[in-house]
Every structure is written in C-alpha cells, then in structure tokens.
Design a protein around this ligand. Structure first.
Ligand SMILES: [Cu+2]
Length: 286
C-alpha cells in the first residue's frame, strides 16, 4: 500500500541534507498539548539509530513528542498492527519486502521530522493494540532509518478512563490526492493544527520553515542530484502518515515568514512522491 521506492528515498534525503547543511535549531517545548490532550505528552527520544521511550502507554487521545538527539533528522511514524500481528511480524514483513509495508499495518500519524536538537509534537487517537514506531527517513546511502534500528514496539493498553476528546484546533489542513488546503490564513504564534485526510491514499504533512525568497519547490529541488548549496529551509515538524479517512493534530509555533507543506508519500501506481504531483503548498505567516 505505501511503497517507498528508491526515488522517494533519494528525494527524502533532503531532510538529512538539510540537517547537515544548516545545522541545528531548537524548537520550543510545547506544554499546551498536554493540557489539551488530557495526560502529558508521551516522549520518545530519537538517536542514530533508535528510539528511547515507554514500551506501554494508555489508550486515549495521545500527544506524542519526538526529541531529536541524533545527528540527522528524525520523526516518529506510528503504525498500528492488525490484531494478532506483532512487531516481530512487522519486522519480518519489512525484511522480506522493504518497499511495501504489509496491508495489515495502518499509518496513524506521529510527529514529523525535526533537525538535531529539535522537537515536534503530534496528537492522535490511539486505541488499544500493538503498534510500531518507525523512522522512514533515509540516511545518506538511501537506507531508511527503520532498517538501521529505528523500529520500536509499543503496546497501547486499554485504559478504563481513556479520554478521547479531540483537541480544539484553530487551523485545519485538509489533505487530498494531491493537494493541501488551509482553512484560513496563518498568523504567527502557537497553533493546534488539525490534519484531515480526505484523499484515497495515506498522506503526511512535512512543515518547512523556508529561507527568505525560497519556495517549497526550491527546497525540494535542492536535493535533486547535482544541486548545490544548502537546502533553503528547515523541517519543523508536522505529522507523519495518516491513512485515508483519518485525522490527527500537530502543534506548531509559527513565526512570521514563508513556510511550505510537503508530502513525500508516494503514489503506488507511479512511485512519484506526492509533492511532485501537487502536494506542496507555500504560504506566508503574518
Ligand atoms: Cu500525500
């Protein structure tokens, strides 16, 4: 269902290149998510190459934070496994066919990429069951971090008092095949952003803070073979893959300036990353 062919992997190297070329930035710690999502955020620390964090978390509307202590960009993709499937089954399936995650695995979001020293937070409904956390970002040789050890099994436990109230969003990003739309102009400041997938394919939101004068297209193009110079922007979170019909939330502190949204998931028919099919949006924050 969501293959990641070499082309996507190559294009996704932009994240790694961005981190190496531009250095580190530190995102502010978001406490507000904890208040809005019920319990405090569940924190997973990403390093080269693995995740540290709890093995069991309670069901409910859950804020998940990634703290990047690695040397390259990392994110946390949450994948829910169908009943009876284990993380070992998932690892075996990925080993057998690395380009095609099994059909019994469902992408349910997670905080998207940040550079070393950065943090990002996303909020999703997590029902009880077995999950795997993954980093899909490739290293400089095109090997996805999940194949280097960035796979962590997590059990979401049934919770008697599980709270499933949705956070109150002040901004909505609607995903379709293949575009993003924003519910309203974005003002600088702290936002709870709802992401709704109305497309037929899984989609993500990579948020990029663009350098002055740069576009999302410029940023993506800076990773093409033969391009020179640092990528004109930094990944600052968003939400990783959500299945069709799904939704999730992420927290972002927008600053005045230019931003881009991109989706690197690929069309299963053609293998083309969605951003090359129009899933790329530039906007200004006032
Ligand atoms: Cu997409």
């Amino acid at each position: 269902m969501k293959s990641r062919n070499p082309r996507t992997i190559k294009v996704s190297n932009i994240l790694l290149a961005a981190a190496l070329a531009v250095g580190t930035t530190v995102m502010p710690v978001h406490q507000a998510a904890a208040e809005q999502a019920g319990a405090g955020p569940v924190i997973f620390t990403a390093h080269d190459y693995g995740f540290k964090g709890p093995d069991r978390i309670p069901a409910g509307m859950t804020a998940v934070r990634v703290v990047n202590q690695g040397k390259g960009p990392h994110h946390v993709q949450l994948v829910r496994l169908a009943q009876g499937k284990t993380a070992a089954d998932f690892a075996a399936a990925m080993m057998e066919n690395p380009a095609h995650p099994p059909a019994w695995a469902t992408f349910v979001g997670g905080p998207n990429a940040v550079v070393p020293g950065g943090q990002a937070e996303a909020i999703m409904r997590l029902d009880a069951g077995e999950y795997v956390l993954l980093c899909l970002i490739p290293n400089g040789q095109g090997v996805p971090h999940l194949a280097l050890g960035m796979q962590k099994p997590v059990t979401v436990m049934p919770a008697k008092s599980a709270a499933f109230a949705e956070p109150k969003a002040d901004l909505t990003i609607t995903q379709s095949d293949f575009s993003f739309s924003l519910s309203q102009p974005v003002r600088a400041g702290h936002h709870m952003v709802q992401v709704t997938n109305k497309g037929a394919q899984p989609h993500e939101v990579v948020v990029v803070k663009l350098a002055p004068g740069a576009t999302a297209k410029d940023w993506a193009a800076s990773f093409e073979p033969g391009a020179s110079g640092p990528p004109p922007g930094l990944p600052v979170g968003g939400i990783v893959g959500i299945e069709k019909g799904g939704r999730g939330y992420f927290i972002e502190d927008f600053e005045a300036g230019r931003y881009g949204l991109l989706c690197f998931f690929e069309d299963p028919q053609t293998g083309a990353p969605h951003f090359t099919k129009g899933m790329m949006l530039d906007f200004s924050v006032e």
